[in-house]
Ligand binder design. Structure first.
Ligand code: H79
Length: 492
């Protein structure tokens, strides 16, 4: 008994002490695992509750790759701009990697102003930032003691991570540090599983380097709320289940409340995100990159966010946006509501240029999103899945007794029809169009379709509503006590 208690206590300690208690193992745990999920339920602590309420986030990819911006000597790299170091073959400039590995000597972002970025993010309505401290190229944007390939040895010299963390924190935006486990600069880095004794030794050195850098980041930037890992699919790293599990526990113990997604480590059978028993490894599902879930059911109650590029697939600065579709603020609002209506957050990516400027197209999009969130923020901040089927013309979200109906495609007849299942226990009492704070009429509609289990309500939109972007109707819900009440007229 005592040992069992100790076991549970240690587990709770190792996970940060914040998971819901569970005394019996889940029936699905059929495969014994040392390095599988330590997650018992969803985290219930204040930090994770805060994460759940963000709604909208900003991702920033910035590094040496912003200098070439996807192009060099008139040639164009046919991939994501932050990957440009891996340019090879006939289309690549001669000695490209050597050129790239010396670009940091030109990194001097004279226009960089962290407070300006943070202010723009705040105006956009972002509640959290994920910032690239080190991408796959290995360039560290903070003065790391453990490598020479860092901001220290650029003409700019100053600590970029510190400026970003401080500026965003001052705006009340939580900062998460992106860290790539792929590091093309470190001599010990291996993508494939080390085969020779020499490779193994080198890789051990790389593992210690990785640990050192992570502890260094948490030491230098204690305001960090979480770590966003990437590049963890390499066969070499996937084999490191024990090392990664130990390191994750160490980082959590070092920085209580730290939020880490499911992309960090693999279990001893090489399973990533979900262990061999199908249980998520991390605080939230981190696989939603440039894609959104089709239904809430696929998420099975897990926390999740979606990271999204504005062009099709460019994270770092690419100087040419002319040849591809660029998502509009309208597209992104649709995705934002898609995410929040399924209990997720949407994180929109920005790729500043080599001088430190946010490109004008992104600034315009940020401003448009900001105009939208200022009026309609109630529909996304702290709002959740409403427990209702999705209407064809938009999304439902819910917070307390407020149901928010975000209309993406305005019905041609100017009427929003709500089909509320009779089992819903709540009914609409009054409705307000958030733009202009206009009270709207609600009527119950007898569709003669009592067999389908819904009660129908119509909300009439103002005849002169010339909506050029998504708009929100905030609906106050009251308890529908008993069956007969549901059929009564809604208060108008
Ligand atoms: O930082 C941005 C991208 O540069 C980075 N993640 C975002 C946030 C990224 N790196 N690689 N990728 C995205 C996609 C890579 C996919 C692949 Fe694989 C890596 C294809 C093959 C190896 C992972 C493992 C996906 C399929 C197998």
């Amino acid at each position: 008994m005592k040992r069992l208690f100790l076991g549970i206590a240690l587990l709770v300690l190792a996970t940060g002490g914040t998971y819901a208690q569970q005394t019996t193992k889940s029936k699905t745990d059929t495969i014994p695992l040392k390095y599988g999920s330590h997650r018992i339920g969803n985290r219930t602590d204040e930090m994770m509750e805060r994460w759940r309420s963000y709604g909208l986030g900003q991702f920033i990819h910035w590094g040496v790759y912003a200098i070439p911006g996807g192009h060099w000597e008139g040639k164009s790299y046919n991939g994501a701009a932050e990957w440009i170091r891996s340019w090879g073959g006939a289309s690549a400039p001669a000695n490209w990697q050597a050129t790239y590995d010396n670009l940091y000597k030109q990194f001097n972002p004279v226009a960089f102003d962290a407070r300006k970025w943070a202010k723009q993010a705040k105006d956009m309505g972002a509640k959290y930032l994920i910032f690239t401290t080190k991408h796959h190229d290995g360039f560290s944007l903070w003065p790391s003691k453990y490598t020479d390939y860092s901001i220290t040895n650029t003409p700019y010299k100053k600590d970029i991570v510190k400026q970003v963390v401080d500026a965003y924190d001052a705006e009340g935006i939580d900062v998460y540090l992106y860290f790539s486990i792929i590091d093309w600069n470190h001599p010990g880095y291996r993508s494939g599983v080390p085969k020779t004794a020499k490779d193994s030794l080198a890789y051990e050195d790389f593992k210690q380097f990785t640990r050192n850098q992570l502890l260094e980041l948490l030491t230098n930037y204690p305001k960090t709320k979480g770590l966003w890992f990437d590049g963890t699919w390499d066969a070499a790293w996937v084999k490191q289940s024990k090392f990664a599990d130990d390191l994750e526990k160490e980082l959590r113990a070092f920085h209580p409340g730290l939020i880490i997604g499911s992309r960090f480590r693999a279990d001893e059978n090489g399973k990533r995100h979900f262990d061999s028993n199908g249980k998520m490894m991390g605080d939230y599902e981190q696989g939603w990159e440039r894609k959104l879930p089709k239904s809430i059911e696929v998420l099975e109650g897990r926390d999740w966010d979606c990271v999204m590029t504005i062009p099709p697939n460019q994270w770092g600065y690419n100087s040419d946006w002319k040849s591809s579709y660029i998502k509009t603020a309208h597209d992104l609002t649709d995705m934002l509501l898609h995410a929040v209506s399924m209990n997720g957050n949407l994180v929109v990516n920005f790729g500043p240029d080599g001088k430190g400027n946010i490109r004008p197209e992104e600034s315009i999009t940020a401003a448009k999103l900001g105009e939208w969130t200022k009026v309609n923020g109630a529909a996304i901040y702290g709002a959740k899945y409403a427990g209702l089927p999705k209407p064809d013309y938009g999304y439902y979200t819910k917070k307390d007794n407020k149901l928010f109906l975000t209309v993406i495609n305005k019905p041609v007849n100017g009427t929003l029809r709500l089909a509320i299942p009779r089992s819903y226990k709540q009914k609409p009492a009054n409705a307000v169009l958030l733009i202009g704070n206009i009270k709207l009429n609600i009527t119950t509609v007898d569709m003669g379709m009592s067999g389908d289990g819904n009660i129908y309500y119509d909300i009439q939109l103002p005849a002169n509503l010339n909506a050029t972007s998504p708009f929100v109707v905030s609906i106050e819900l009251i308890n529908a006590t008993g069956r007969s009440n549901n059929f009564g007229e809604a208060k108008t």
